[in-house]
Design a protein around this ligand. Structure first.
Ligand code: GCW
Length: 678
């Protein structure tokens, strides 16, 4: 039961939806829900906090009291105080946590901070009510932690409802209309808030006809989504087409320096804010893979981004301008053009030219979310520009949510990388514009298609909050919340099993797919499964150059495309020579003979054979481990994962056999261990 004095606002309902609870199962609230809790402060997000606590107490026998004002000094009648201290400054996301006189005290000066504090207590579980300690301050390292949905409103003839979506349909759109399932959207917002995400962009960066209209005549649909996400502190953003003044406004130009174009954006943006007062801003993919942009008018990308930044500035909005600009109609015969160079070549000369409310959104690697890439040299090379780092939770190139591939270890490597060398700042510190992930969620009952892919969505928010967090600790945290092992018969075996199948799954995936950082051996179009030469003679700029003597892309300054020279010291030197380049990136930077000996002591060709065999063996072992967890995980979830392991194993074998056969045939070098290669 929940007491209340004075009679506060209505308890905000905690959700009713068929969807999986993911990392917020009722059981995760047991510790908190069996306590005596005081929630103090006013405002819509405090109502959300109160609703969460009330639902937990209802279920687990605790009590919740609602007060209007901060009462951190209140008597010993409570085990937990959740206090909003001052008039809500909505921007403030931090909170402090203390244990004093047998009570746990969370104080925040902003409503969102209180919400984060609540979920922090949930994460801590019993530890939140242990011992005594002085107030510790928590605040997000990155102010923006955003998900980009590549969701189409209308079903795209090739890409479907969700571009690169592996989790069913869109949470927002279906067959050309808003789905209107706002309870589900709200549940999504709740999960996102609980891992630290605070912004969502609701449509594909490839903005087709129907989607373009979200900006104007269909803004009401976006406003409905924003209303559903707002109670969980999440701001809504929109992808827009740079050609909007032409396609929506009837102008003859979208030239960013034309007054009529500027006026059109100002007016359109004013109407957006009339519908959504806390609208986050625009996301733009311009001059990229066929999308319109400023180049058509002879203008720079700073001109383009600043046009939208100026329109958004009066309302506190931000434009996220993507740096994914390259020539996708390249001639494969032309060895001087290197797609990896493109973002740096286009954008670094513009450093300092972008407005304060323009964020340049840079993919973490120079090419395209491959299993292994170096960190983009753009990060670190634009000190006077707000950069956001873009990662891909949707597993386009990492198994499409049919394979287990826990990506936190990869993302963590990126965020901990120091572009300026050992003493310089980390990527996680340089990303002042935030962390952005392409979402992997959809209307699938498990949200992410593969139930274990929920771990990736969870890690996005947690790494945005704390980019130097230990990725394995985050996996453990996700396991504790999602599976609540202590509630089951054999918590240690469950934990150990989940760790075993998740922790190294990215490296396992790497072992059976494209070797040593070379990338792109996927089937063209859908990008699932192997095709070693699938992109070799294509216009996309993604080649491996394998011949009978060797493989890899020479990106050195001395003899290659010069890409290695885009890095600062010491990386430019490290990557320049095959002798110092790390093994896992060797073929990204160098073309070497098959007999080249790696730092690991083995040759490139033998490494290719060995790791393909190992990768398949590791998948087979993981499948067995998963099978052994039957009875410790709920049956439906267990069955869903088991079925996906069958496909993962089939696909891993296909990768192994195609890659090994290809290189045996090219090189003529037999496997040192005489294993069967076809
Ligand atoms: O990885 C590629 C994808 C495209 C995507 C593009 C991008 C939305 O294959 O589907 O388009 O990147 O990031 O814009």
């Amino acid at each position: 039961g929940s007491g209340s004095e004075p009679p506060g606002p209505p308890v905000v309902s905690v959700l009713r939806t068929e969807a999986d609870h993911a990392w917020l199962p009722p059981e995760a609230f047991r510790v908190l829900g069996s306590r005596r809790v005081l929630v103090s402060g006013t405002g819509p997000l405090v109502d959300t906090v109160h609703g969460e606590v009330a639902a937990a107490c209802e279920r687990f026998g605790g009590t919740v009291t609602r007060a209007r004002e901060g009462t951190a000094s209140a008597g010993s009648a409570y085990d937990l105080l959740l206090c909003l201290e001052e008039a809500a400054e909505r921007g403030d996301e931090g909170f402090t946590l203390a244990r004093e006189r047998g009570r746990t005290v969370v104080t925040a000066t902003g409503q969102r901070g209180l919400l984060h504090g609540l979920f922090h207590v949930v994460r801590l579980g019993a530890a939140a009510f242990d011992g005594e300690h002085a107030p510790e301050a928590h605040r997000p390292a990155l102010a923006t932690r955003m998900l980009d949905h590549w969701d189409n409103v209308a079903v795209h003839p090739v890409m479907g409802q969700v571009e690169r979506g592996y989790a069913g349909g869109s949470l927002f759109w279906r067959d050309g209309r808003a789905r209107g399932d706002l309870e589900r959207v709200r549940a999504y917002g709740r999960l996102l808030a609980a891992c630290g995400i605070n912004a969502v962009s609701v449509n594909n960066v490839n903005v087709h006809e129907a989607e373009a209209h979200l900006l104007t005549d269909r803004i009401g649909d976006v406003a409905d989504i924003a209303d559903a996400l707002r109670p969980y502190g999440i701001r809504t953003h929109l992808s827009v087409t740079f050609a909007a003044p032409v396609v929506l406004g009837g102008l003859t130009t979208a030239d960013p320096l034309q007054e009529e174009v500027r006026a059109w954006w100002a007016g359109a943006t004013e109407r957006v804010y009339a519908a959504i007062p806390d609208f986050g801003g625009y996301v733009v993919k311009a001059d990229s893979e066929g999308q319109p942009g400023p180049f058509a008018y002879g203008r720079s990308h700073a001109d383009g981004a600043n046009l939208l930044a100026d329109a958004l500035a009066p309302y506190g909005g931000t434009v996220h301008w993507r740096a994914f600009v390259y020539d996708h109609r390249q001639d494969w015969r032309d060895r001087t053009t290197d797609r990896a160079r493109a973002a740096y070549d286009h954008f670094v000369p513009l450093d300092g030219a972008f407005r304060d409310n323009a964020v340049l959104q840079v993919k973490h690697g120079p090419v395209d979310f491959q299993t292994r890439e170096p960190v983009s040299p753009v990060i670190g090379a634009m000190p006077r520009t707000r950069l956001a780092v873009e990662i891909q939770a949707t597993q386009e190139y990492t198994g499409q949510q049919r394979h287990v591939c826990a990506l936190a270890p990869m993302w963590s490597q990126v965020l901990r990388f120091r572009p300026g060398g050992a003493a310089a700042a980390r990527v996680g510190e340089l990303a002042r514009g935030g962390l952005v992930a392409v979402s992997n969620a959809g209307d699938d009952p498990y949200w992410t298609g593969h139930p274990l892919a929920q771990a990736n969505l969870y890690a996005v928010g947690r790494l945005g909050w704390q980019p130097d967090a230990d990725p394995l600790a985050l996996l453990d945290e996700w396991i504790e919340l999602t599976f609540t092992p202590e509630a089951g018969p054999d918590p240690e075996r469950l934990r150990a099993g989940l760790r075993a199948v998740l922790r190294d799954s990215w490296r396992t995936y790497e072992k059976y797919t494209a070797p040593l950082g070379v990338g792109f051996m996927v089937q063209p179009g859908h990008h699932y499964g192997p095709s070693v030469d699938g992109y070799e003679y294509s216009p996309w700029g993604t080649y491996h150059f394998a011949d009978r003597n060797g493989i890899g892309v020479d990106r050195s300054r001395a003899t290659g495309t010069g890409y290695a020279g885009q890095y600062a010291a010491p990386w430019a030197e490290v990557y320049e020579s095959a002798g110092t380049c790390p093994d896992e990136l060797l073929l990204f930077f160098h073309h070497v003979p098959y007999g080249h000996v790696l730092h690991s002591g083995t040759t490139v060709i033998q490494h290719i054979y060995d790791t393909r065999f190992e990768g398949v063996a590791e998948v087979a072992a993981a499948r067995e481990t998963w099978a052994s967890l039957a009875g410790l995980v709920d049956d439906a979830r267990h069955a869903r994962v088991a079925e996906r392991y069958e496909e993962q194993l089939r696909c891993a074998r296909e990768w192994r056999d195609q890659v090994n056969s290809y290189f045996l045939r090219k090189s003529g070098v037999p496997d040192a261990h005489g294993r069967r290669i076809h």
